[in-house]
Design a protein around this ligand. Structure first.
Ligand code: FCB
Length: 489
């Protein structure tokens, strides 16, 4: 074992001994701090199925999937992983894998089918059972209140373009916290508001499928306001719980030293990496980019920014890839950059060092007391199998390598004093990957969608060992650049 970092604290901030640099030398093993949290993540729409059960109402994703052409393979979330009925077996599977924590999301449509108003206790019962099941299996439940499945009835009234939706979210959050708050240690408000606002209102790739830059700005502000308003309610209903938000980050590098590429990269960096973190961290919206893109800030009312910047206890970091940014061409078709490194089955470049750099930068820019990797993982072809203790198993050495290299970056950031307290792999299961349908397989557990059989992949077995020992093999140097394929190929 190589220079382990030791600790006794269960929860820690940047000044804790756990995060002191230990002068580790590159070697054959990497040890994460004692108490480091290993787990997996999913979301309601992607795994639950049962779209009408126990009084659930339609969500914007149910509606979006029903429009031909919106989802690559024409599928929907009606069955998905059938987790709504199989949750108990799924908890047992996670327990057998030795996972410490499970991040899932709660479907607003199950709890408040009308979007506002009467609480549907039958819907909340599902999460009540799930939380109890997790706790009795020794797994920490980490619920996210919003992972994109807005009640359709609220979208009919303007969705995230309406300030009322932020207030409705706070009421919904309070109803959930009142019921489950005695058993939850960390409440997460939103998952990736950038994707909700950008893909939902600007590019139209996601529900509700709008294409308007100004709507994107309005939605982004109302999402952040929802976080702040719900945060207040959570603080008063569950004062001892940690408050968190989960943001996605895709670090941006200019394609060249051409000033136009550098300027475009700064804009993308503001929009994708700072638009949410800066206001939550008390820095306000990135001014120059807001002005350059003509946002009049008419949605921002007195007091909003103070609410949005109320202190959080933990920032959830979702990381998959980086981006290389080139200025738009005159015909406005942005040229896609050739990838320097190998890509996943989604075409996303594999660049683990960007995660280490990101964690250091987040720590120095905002100084949040705790960071957690709340999503990291990859879709891979999964076309090789091997015999295993589980029977025929996906032999996903490529996914294993991806996860291992990213955890190595987390280790190195911790060595530099960044307070990363856990790593949750995306995802526990192959599941409904939004506009990609079931074509993008992210699970460490394979799901056969014909039989609903779950089979841990080789990466899952590896992850279990790491979770049990806190130790992983040092993956060694990163591949040379040039191993990637041209995006045009
Ligand atoms: C993230 C989402 C998650 C999943 C992964 C691949 O942006 O939060 O639901 O789709 O990407």
């Amino acid at each position: 074992m190589n220079h382990p970092t030791t600790t006794t604290a269960a929860h820690a901030g940047g000044n804790d001994d756990r995060f002191r640099r230990s002068d580790a030398i590159a070697g054959d093993e990497l040890t994460l701090p004692d108490g480091f949290i290993w787990g997996s993540a999913t979301s309601s729409f992607q795994i639950e199925g049962s779209p009408d059960a126990d009084g659930k109402s339609e969500s914007i994703w149910d509606r979006f999937c029903s429009v031909p052409g919106n989802v690559l393979d024409g599928t929907d979330g009606d069955v998905a992983c059938d987790h709504y009925t199989r949750w108990s077996d799924d908890v047992a599977l996670m327990a057998s894998m030795g996972l410490h924590a499970y991040r899932f999301s709660i479907a607003w449509t199950r709890v408040l089918p009308g979007g506002t108003g009467a609480v549907n206790h039958a819907g909340l019962d599902f999460y009540d059972r799930l939380v109890d099941g997790l706790l009795s299996a020794g797994i920490t439940p980490m619920p996210t209140l919003y992972h994109w499945d807005l009640p359709q009835v609220l979208d009919d009234q303007g969705g995230w373009l309406s300030r009322d939706t932020a207030h409705a979210f706070a009421d919904y959050a309070e109803a959930v916290v009142e019921r489950l708050g005695d058993r939850i240690g960390t409440w997460t408000t939103l998952n990736e508001p950038f994707v909700s606002a950008n893909h939902g209102y600007v590019t139209g790739e996601h529900a509700p499928g709008h294409t308007s830059l100004s709507e994107g700005f309005a939605a982004s502000h109302h999402l952040l306001l929802a976080h702040g308003l719900a945060g207040e309610r959570i603080r008063s209903a569950a004062p001892d719980a940690d408050l968190a938000i989960v943001l996605n980050f895709t670090p941006a590098t200019p394609a060249s030293d051409d000033p136009a590429d550098i300027a475009e990269c700064a804009i993308q960096n503001d929009l994708q990496n700072r638009w949410y973190a800066d206001p939550v961290g008390g820095l306000g919206y990135p001014e120059e980019t807001a002005a350059a893109l003509g946002w009049d800030r008419s949605e921002v009312l007195d007091g909003d920014m103070a609410l949005i910047s109320m202190p959080i206890d933990l920032l959830g970091v979702n990381f998959y890839s980086r981006q290389i940014v080139r200025a738009p061409l005159p015909d406005d078709n942005r040229a896609e950059e050739p990838k320097e490194f190998a890509t996943t089955a989604m075409g996303w470049e594999i660049h683990p060092p960007s995660l280490g750099e990101l964690l250091r930068e987040l720590d120095s820019r905002y100084g949040f007391s705790k960071l957690m990797i709340t999503e990291n993982g990859c879709a891979m072809p999964d076309d090789t199998r091997v015999e295993s203790a589980h029977g025929s198993q996906v032999d996903d050495l490529d996914r294993l390598d991806y996860v291992q290299r990213h955890i190595a970056q987390v280790h190195s950031a911790i060595e530099d004093g960044v307070p990363v307290v856990g790593y949750l792999v995306w995802s526990l299961f192959d599941n409904f990957e939004w506009a990609w349908g079931y074509t993008g397989r992210f699970g460490i557990v394979e799901v056969d969608f014909d039989t609903q059989r779950r089979t841990p992949k080789r990466s899952a077995d590896w992850f279990s060992k790491v979770a049990a020992s806190n130790v992983l093999a040092d993956p060694g140097p990163e591949p040379e650049s040039g191993s990637g394929a041209s995006a045009d190929a």
